[in-house]
Each structure stands twice: as structure tokens, then as C-alpha cells.
Ligand binder design. Sequence first.
Ligand code: NAD
Ligand code: USQ
Length: 405
Amino acid sequence: MLEQQESRVKVFVLGGDGFCGWPCAVNLADAGHDVLIVDNLSRRKIDIDLGVESLTPIATIQERLRAWTETGGREIRFSGLDIARDYDLLLDLIRSERPDAVVHFAEQRAAPYSMKSSATKRYTVDNNVNGTHNLLAAIVESGLDVHIVHLGTMGVYGYGSHRGATIPEGYLTVEVPQPDGTRFTEKILHPSDPGSVYHMTKTLDQLLFHYYNKNDGIRITDLHQGIVWGTNIEQTSRDPRLTNRFDYDGDYGTVLNRFLMQAAIGYPLSVHGTGGQTRAFIHIRDSVRCVQLALENPPSSTDKVKIFNQMTESHQVGALAQKVADLTGAAVNYLPNPRKEAVENDLIVDNRCFIELGLKPTTLDDGLLSEVVDVARRWADRCDRSRIPCVSAWTKTQAAAIQAP
Ligand code: NAD
Ligand code: USQ
């Protein structure tokens, strides 16, 4: 609980019914903040369209909120609107509620889903870019000073070779040659190199933030988050109706949670290609902690967009599979890669901002891998094995490779 009444923040959690948003919302309420979830429940509708379900049974948002107050949680309110389409409703909500801050999770977040078809590419761009732009335009139109904390992705930097260079927190210092042979240095947004239509929308978000911060002075913290693993936090474990979702299917399941769930049900671990891809990771407990830290340490009105790398460790996908195999005895299967991505890459990341704010990273070695395997074992009978393979191919070349006998 907050010690000082005045440090309480009135905060909208856009996308607060999702995998990262739900634990974030209850964590912020538990910390004493005044939380209102805004969500159009599109993620639940996509599950219905795809014919899949979260491995863990999840209660409706109404049941979740009832369970939260029944178990002693500070009230969380809910507004069911589409931030990409319902501009006037979003503006009215901001005007009437006058939030201090908005945490923005409300985007279509799966790279494979974004690459499935022209329809899902167009939906992802429309939803993500319009949603972010509507939020920025509505804040300007409201005339209020609202801090935006946005969930971006480590994928904006790209997973090509960084030639051993450390990826900075958003801005790169470059030397620009002048005609007279002299040079000046400048800090620029790190070049973008998206690896899917989904990741591309996050690079577009960055430009929108840069512009609205420069033109309108909007205070923005953009969190470049790595792949989130784990499922529950202490608050979502208090009652079965508070349980968080666990995506395992080929579109929405992310790599480490998929490996842990595959190990739990005796399915060979699905490594794409050689497994040389290196990615950044963060446990869900640290993810919610980082969002709270960002919210409670806002930029000043003259600051440019604050960018934090929200990750705690980097791993090669093949090495992760081996780690899970060593822990559980699972078999490892090397499969043709449905994605157009580098066979291998280096990834050295600067994440000092959160460490300096007090984050104590949870690592793979903290025993939590087994906790996820246990959750997956408990709900193994809910798994539809036919939905595990990743069948969304980046181009016709990858489609042919994954269909080859
Ligand atoms: P999720 O799909 O579980 O949750 C997103 C939520 O936003 C859903 O509840 C959905 O219904 C809602 N939503 C989507 N579009 C909306 C709209 N137009 N209006 C209102 N609500 C809308 O995704 P997640 O895993 O919780 O990810 C949340 C954010 O964090 C995303 O922006 C994602 O890019 C980012 N992120 C996620 C991960 C990860 O590993 N899950 C890693 C890095 C970054
Ligand atoms: N991979 C496998 N086997 C699998 C699934 C994935 O080898 O069964 C590989 C992929 O080919 C890729 C890597 O694992 O090389 C990561 O895939 P992922 O699905 O775990 O992660 P990604 O598509 O990058 O997206 C996820 C979230 C997204 C977030 C991103 C953070 O869905 O919202 O932005 O992680 S990051 O990867 O740092 O960009």
C-alpha cells in the first residue's frame, strides 16, 4: 500500500484484460493506485475465431473484478471500449475521469497472427497504429497532462547482427560528418528493424510518440519489453477466478512458455531452425514491477520520450530448449522455421534504467521454470495438441518449407 495519499495515481490500464495487463492492473491496485481497465475484449474474440483457449481457465472480466474485491482488493473499474475505433468515447472518458496516467497495453501483440493473412496484417496495423494515435490525439484534445506508459518491444531494434554493440535504451549517439570534414554528435532514435508486421507497428508507435512529445509536450515512457514468461503473480494466485491467461498455441504462445508447456505434456520442444536466435526475456513478476516503477517515476514536462529496455536476460532459443530438456527430460525437435529471420544473432542489451530504479531481476535459475511446468501439467487436459504447431509463415518460401513432407 502507498504510504502517502498524494502519491496515489489515477491510472487507466488500456488492455488490462490481457496477459500482461491483468497482472499489471491488480498489482497497481494493490499498490494503492486508482485503476480503471479499458479493454474491448478483442483478445478473447480472437481466441474464439482461432478456435483456441488459454491453457489456464480464465474468468470473464466481470468475474475477475468481483473476485478481486471479494478477496479484499482495492476496487478496479472497467470500461469496454475500442481505443482504435471509439475515439469520442475515449476522449469523453479521459475528460470525465481526468487520469494522471495511462498504461497502454491495448494492441494486437502476436507476430505470427500479424503474418497470417492480408486481413490480419491490416487488422494489426489499423488496431495498433490507430489505437496509439487516438490516445495521443485525445490527450491533446482534453488539454490534460497525462503521462503515457506504453508497452513497446525489444523487437524494434531488430534481430540482425549488432556486431557486438550494446543496444542502448532507445537512443543511439551518432557522429554526423560535415562538408568541411568536421563532425558533430547527436542522439537519435535507434534505427528500427522490425521482423514482422506486428513489430513494425511498434516502430510506428515510436515515431508517433516522438512527434507528440516534441509538438505537444506529452510525457511518455516507452518500455521496450522482451518476451514475457511465467503466468501468475502473487495477486493473481489469490483466487482461481483471478488466474492469468496462458497462451500456448502456434500464434499467441511465446517461446519459453511454449517449451515449458510442451515439456509438461510430453510434446517435443519446437525449436525453429537452428535455434541460434537470441532474444530478451523477462518474468511476468518483473514486468508488472517495471510498469509500476515507470508509473511512479514519470518524466518531467520538458523531457523527451523516456525509453527503458524492459528485459532481464538474453538467451538463445536452442539453449533455452536444452535447459528445459535438462530440467524435464523432454525431447527437442528442430523444425523448418516459419519465420523469415536471421539464423542466429547477438543481443547485448543495456537495461540500467530499471536496475537503477531498484529492479531485482528474476532469472531462469530462480526455480520458476518448474512452477510454469506445474501449472501446465495441472491444465494439460485443456491442451489441443493440434494447435501447437506454428503454421503462420512469413512468406511463400517459409510456407513451402514448413509444408514439405
Ligand atoms: P494480450 O493480447 O494478452 O493483451 C492485449 C489486450 O489489449 C487484450 O486484452 C485485448 O483485448 C486488448 N486490446 C487490443 N486492442 C484493443 C483496442 N483496440 N481497444 C481496447 N483494447 C484492446 O497481449 P499481452 O501479451 O498482454 O501484451 C500487452 C502489450 O505488451 C502489447 O502491446 C504487447 O505488444 C506488449 N508486449 C508483450 C510481450 C509478451 O511477451 N506478451 C512482450 C513484449 C511486449
Ligand atoms: N520460436 C521457436 N519455437 C517456438 C516459438 C518461437 O523457436 O515454438 C522462436 C521464434 O522463431 C523466434 C523466437 O522464438 O525466433 C521468439 O518468438 P516468440 O513467439 O516467443 O516471440 P515474438 O514473436 O518476438 O513476440 C513476443 C510477443 C510480442 C513481443 C515480443 C518481444 O508475442 O508481443 O513484442 O515477444 S521481443 O521478442 O523481444 O521482440
